[in-house]
Design a protein around this ligand. Structure first.
Ligand SMILES: NC(=O)c1ccc[n+]([C@@H]2O[C@H](COP(=O)([O-])OP(=O)(O)OC[C@H]3O[C@@H](n4cnc5c(N)ncnc54)[C@H](OP(=O)(O)O)[C@@H]3O)[C@@H](O)[C@H]2O)c1
Length: 471
């Protein structure tokens, strides 16, 4: 990724995640605009960046918010990326009588300021077809009355929903809006909140028994897979082929699995020393063969990409529906359960990771008449399988994540004589993805840069969900 000539505005850049983001963007060539209230801390971070533009301002003050955008435009004439990161926490229980004081402290910064800055930045972001990243928190989904953080949790839940609404509204102007929801990250937030909890307390509530460093949240940048052994199923075309090529170009030893030898050879020819195994993942002997061959040849396995999948359309009104069920579930679910169990002990040795390729279909119902029910059911089951094994393997240091693509230009639709471009109108961004876009996400999630991420299900759908939610 290069951010040369991009103007990136980061709020809350004086410490923690915002500071790490400012440094990372700066080292990637961006012109960073750093916003914060504490001048001493801002200067310390600025000293580590390349010619940043520092604005001392309180995002919760409307005049300051306008000044932030005006000064940025005056200086650089554009904004490409807005990182709404500034946030505060605060503790008060409902029965304490102080809840409204905490509400009034948190909401103006964590929500109102984001709404105002977003609306002020929007005309400029439309011009650059830029994007917005809102830093939320897993707390948006928590309801722990003992901690007294209800108002913080509420602010982040509201921020998540604001992001969805903004993503839908701005998608038609080519501006993307996304949210990042970190779990515990070691920053100044506990000190600033006068919280009694320590980072060790937070460690205890995570499956991986660790808390994150701010760099993990922003470091989506340099990934190396040198000496990693990566097994990709369904590597003969589409997303699997793109993933095999991408891993290979990052230095990994790729083991490619598929049934069609001609196609496998064609993809292998684009990779560096790729090793391919012609096998049917739904065949139990073949599955054992895949793992045995990989371990015999390379002695270890670092990353398993369970990508092979099929769509066998059939209506529930047709007696053949069980045929569709058996084949679909055999490849899209049973084979993944089997391969994962065969790979688990090897992944534990390398503290490796697993990525399951699901689909947005796992969280939706198909359009009547499409015959996609069995496919959607298989992906819904795969989503839950991903969660269950993420919990089971976390104590061994193995991460498990799911990716749910929307429509991607691959053979899966060609083979059904469906023009994938027909789906453009169902997406907020009015486009479908190329396989490489999913491969990029696969690489990130399986890299050490994502060491804090397990049990996630990343949607990469050009906004199909938000589009459906409106209808
Ligand atoms: N394209 C999309 O819009 C989209 C959207 C959401 C999710 N996905 C998911 O993405 C994954 C990859 O699909 P794709 O879109 O890249 O489609 P694709 O181009 O048709 O690729 C499917 C791959 O799976 C392999 N495969 C299928 N059955 C297999 C079996 N029994 N054993 C071994 N390999 C098998 C195929 O290889 P051989 O034919 O050589 O066996 C092929 O390499 C699937 O899990 C799919 O559900 C795709």
């Amino acid at each position: 990724m290069s951010f040369n000539n991009k103007v990136v505005l980061v709020t809350g850049a004086s410490s923690g995640i915002g500071a790490a983001a400012a440094e990372a963007f700066s080292s990637e060539g961006a012109q960073v605009v750093m916003v914060g209230r504490n001048e001493t801390k801002l200067s310390a971070v600025a000293a580590k960046c390349n010619k940043p533009f520092v604005i001392r301002a309180d995002v919760a003050n409307d005049d300051d918010a306008r000044r932030i955008i005006d000064e940025t435009i005056e200086r650089f004439g554009r904004i490409d990326i807005l990182i709404n990161n500034a946030g505060v926490s605060g503790v008060a229980k409902l029965i304490s009588g102080k809840i409204i004081d905490i509400y009034d402290k948190i909401m103006p910064i964590n929500l109102r300021a984001v709404v105002l800055l977003t609306s002020l930045a929007t005309p400029h972001l439309i011009k650059t077809k830029g994007n917005i990243v809102n830093i939320s928190s897993v707390a948006a989904r928590l309801m722990d009355s003992r901690s007294g953080t209800a108002m913080y949790n509420v602010s982040k839940a509201a921020l998540n929903h604001f992001s969805l609404c903004a993503a839908e509204e701005l998608s038609r102007y080519g501006v993307r809006v996304n949210t990042i929801s970190p779990g515990p990250v070691v920053t100044d937030i506990l000190v600033n909140t006068n919280a009694k909890a320590t980072w060790d307390d937070f460690k205890k509530i995570t499956c991986l028994d660790r808390v994150s460093d701010p760099v993990e949240i922003v470091d989506l940048i340099i990934m190396s897979f040198k000496n990693k052994v990566v097994l990709v199923t369904g590597a003969s075309s589409g997303i699997g082929a793109a993933a095999a090529e991408a891993f290979s170009s990052e230095g990994a030893q790729v083991v490619m699995v598929g049934r069609n030898e001609t196609k496998l050879s064609a993809v292998a020819a684009k990779c560096n020393k790729a090793f391919f195994i012609r096998a049917d993942v739904a065949n139990d002997d073949d599955a054992r063969f895949i793992l045995d061959e990989t371990i015999n040849r390379f002695g270890k396995l670092d990353i398993l990409i369970n990508n092979a999948g099929v769509i066998i359309p059939e209506s529930i009104l047709n007696v053949n529906v069980l045929k569709s069920y058996d084949t679909t579930m055999g490849i899209n679910l049973r084979a993944i359960v089997h391969l994962t169990s065969l790979a688990a002990s090897h992944l534990i040795e390398t503290k490796g990771s697993i990525i399951n390729i699901s689909s947005v279909g796992g969280q939706m119902v198909p359009r009547p008449g499409s015959g996609f029910s069995m496919y959607y059911v298989s992906k819904a089951a795969l989503n839950h399988f991903g969660l269950c094994i993420a919990a089971e393997l976390a104590p061994y240091g193995v991460r498990v994540n799911t990716i749910s693509p929307g429509p991607v230009r691959t053979n899966i639709f060609n083979d059904l004589n469906i023009d994938v471009d027909n789906f453009c109108n169902s997406t907020a961004l009015q486009r479908v993805s190329e396989p490489k876009e999913v491969a990029d996400l696969i690489l990130f999630l399986s890299s050490d840069k994502a060491k804090a991420i397990t049990g996630s299900n990343y949607v990469i759908d050009n906004g199909i969900f938000i589009c459906r939610a409106m209808k």
